[in-house]
Design a protein around this ligand. Structure first.
Ligand code: MG
Length: 158
């Protein structure tokens, strides 16, 4: 058994207008993240979890925000890059557990779609997506930001 666990966290401030992507799904067309790429907090936390499990640092090292190439980039590019690294090690994702904190937009109608997209990205049916508010606390609770944490378990070739 050659298991590794990884954890990722990401937060983005929100602004009015534009579109908001989470887990590769468009969850709002009334607000957008202040971000260099498309600002998908679920995708970014997922990439950090995968990179962490492989001991490969973090998303900022691989895709610097100073590089104009990643401006408005579709974050699935970052996920697929991490999955290529995993495949190169003969590895696979065992499961992923996602927690989103967002006072707005309401995410209940998007959880299944996000989980489906993550299953596709990660090549495993074992994906769980949880979404809650921040109970009115801090910037997330005030609707000024959204955040996500992700834990993944991977198995590497023995
Ligand atoms: Mg980010």
């Amino acid at each position: 058994m050659n298991f590794r666990i990884g954890h990722g966290y990401d937060i983005h401030r929100l602004q009015t207008g534009g579109r908001l992507m989470m887990g590769g799904v468009r969850v709002s067309e009334q607000m957008s993240p202040i971000a260099h790429s498309d600002g998908d907090v679920v995708a970014h936390a997922l990439v950090d979890a995968l990179l962490g499990a492989m001991g490969l640092g973090d998303i900022g090292l691989r895709f610097p925000t100073t590089d104009t190439k990643w401006k408005d980039a579709d974050s699935s590019i970052f996920v697929l890059d991490a999955m290529r690294e995993l495949a190169g090690r003969g590895g696979r994702v065992v499961n992923a557990d996602v927690t989103i904190a967002a006072e707005r937009p309401r995410l209940s109608g998007f959880r299944d779609g996000m989980a489906e997209k993550l299953r596709e990205w990660l090549g495993t049916p074992h994906v769980n997506v949880k979404a809650g508010t921040n109970e009115g606390c801090d910037a997330i609770g005030n609707g000024q930001a959204v955040a996500a944490t992700v834990v993944v378990l991977i198995e590497l070739r023995a």
